[in-house]
Design a protein around this ligand. Structure first.
Ligand code: TRP
Length: 332
């Protein structure tokens, strides 16, 4: 997996510490990398890296071009479906890409397979007003016809309080595509998350609501960074996604990472996850006391329904900076 990173990061692979030459939105400190570890009850945890490929002279268009040539370079080393990317990505790629990104990647290391690659495209590539059309076109092209209408029906005012944030596609060489559509929810409550989950065929809305309240420490409205829904379309799903995940940007709902870890550990216990592995993942990236900052644990997500229910912990490298802790509610 590490051997593939220089291709995927582009010029960012050689960046010095200090300040980042391109303000990537992948992480709060503008690092072009975020770690995540997906846990479930049965298997070995899956390690993923979300990365932005950056050009030698970074710019929205330069980075888009660098990202596309990275996929081509990578396809010589791992089995990837470049055709699938060509089918879907077209409408998202323009000569004037929107901020903050046009293509991100996730490199996934599962113990049972070789490395896998996911691509994230920006639904706002042609402006906010066209986000729904881009998502609809992409889903239709890979056989999930009418999928965008299903999601749209569940949303509170689209592009006002709910908004498409990412379109993700697996690029491995399995014959059928898996796609994920992400929606961010401004000032949402646990009831909103529950309603968003109810659209999926096999998601678990009640569990999503419980997870949301426990991870955010409130029933909302969540006024910090938005809650995010992801709808997973698996082969054969047609217009109705089978899986649903909720992402809670826990860093905006805690005083510091010690509080974030305590919540993470109690959720791990609730879901029967290997707590020593969860703690080890946090310790592996930690370069400071947990009480001395906020955002090492950036998001927690609950995956409900297929393909792999469980919880994922998102971890920051903090390579370029640490967000300051704040007083906890009720702390002296
Ligand atoms: N840093 C961005 C954010 O928090 C993008 C991002 C990185 C993100 N990892 C994520 C968004 C996981 C949702 C879920 O919005």
């Amino acid at each position: 997996m590490c051997a593939l990173l220089p291709d995927l990061l582009g010029a960012a692979a050689g960046w010095p510490l200090g300040s980042p030459p391109w303000p990537s939105e992948i992480a709060d400190d503008h690092s072009p990398v975020e770690y995540s570890v997906a846990f479930d009850q049965h298997g070995v945890p899956t390690l993923r890296l979300l990365v932005e490929c950056v050009a030698d002279a970074p710019s929205p268009l330069g980075n888009q071009i660098a990202a596309l040539s990275a996929v081509h370079a990578l396809s010589a080393k791992v089995p990837l479906s470049i055709e699938r990317l060509a089918d879907v990505a077209g409408p998202f790629l323009t000569s004037t890409p929107a901020e903050p990104f046009s293509v991100w990647f996730s490199l996934v290391a599962r113990p049972d397979t070789g490395p896998m690659l996911k691509v994230y495209l920006n639904p706002h590539a042609r402006g906010r007003a066209q986000a729904g059309d881009l998502v609809a076109t992409a889903l239709d092209r890979i056989g999930f016809i009418g999928g965008e209408r299903t999601i749209r029906a569940a949303l509170r005012g689209l592009s006002t309080v709910d908004d498409y944030s990412f379109f993700a596609l697996d690029l491995d060489d399995r014959p059928d595509a898996r796609a994920k559509v992400y929606v961010s929810h401004t000032a949402a409550t646990t009831a909103d998350a529950c309603r968003a989950a109810a659209v999926s065929r096999d998601g678990d809305p009640a569990e999503v609501a419980e997870f949301c309240a426990a991870a955010a420490g409130t029933d909302g409205p969540c006024q910090g960074r938005p809650l995010v829904s992801a709808y997973t379309f698996l082969p054969g799903d047609g217009a109705v996604p089978s899986g649903y995940s909720l992402y809670v940007p826990i860093r905006d709902y805690v005083g510091d990472d010690a509080e974030a870890l305590a919540r993470t550990m109690s959720l791990a216990k609730r879901y029967g996850l290997p707590d020593t592995a969860v703690r080890a993942a946090v310790d592996a990236v930690r370069g400071r006391d947990l009480a001395d900052g906020r955002g090492l644990i950036a998001h927690l997500s609950l995956r409900t329904g297929p393909p792999h229910p469980g919880m994922t912990v998102y971890l920051s490298s903090e390579a370029y900076g640490v967000t300051t802790a704040r007083h906890r509610v009720g702390a002296a």
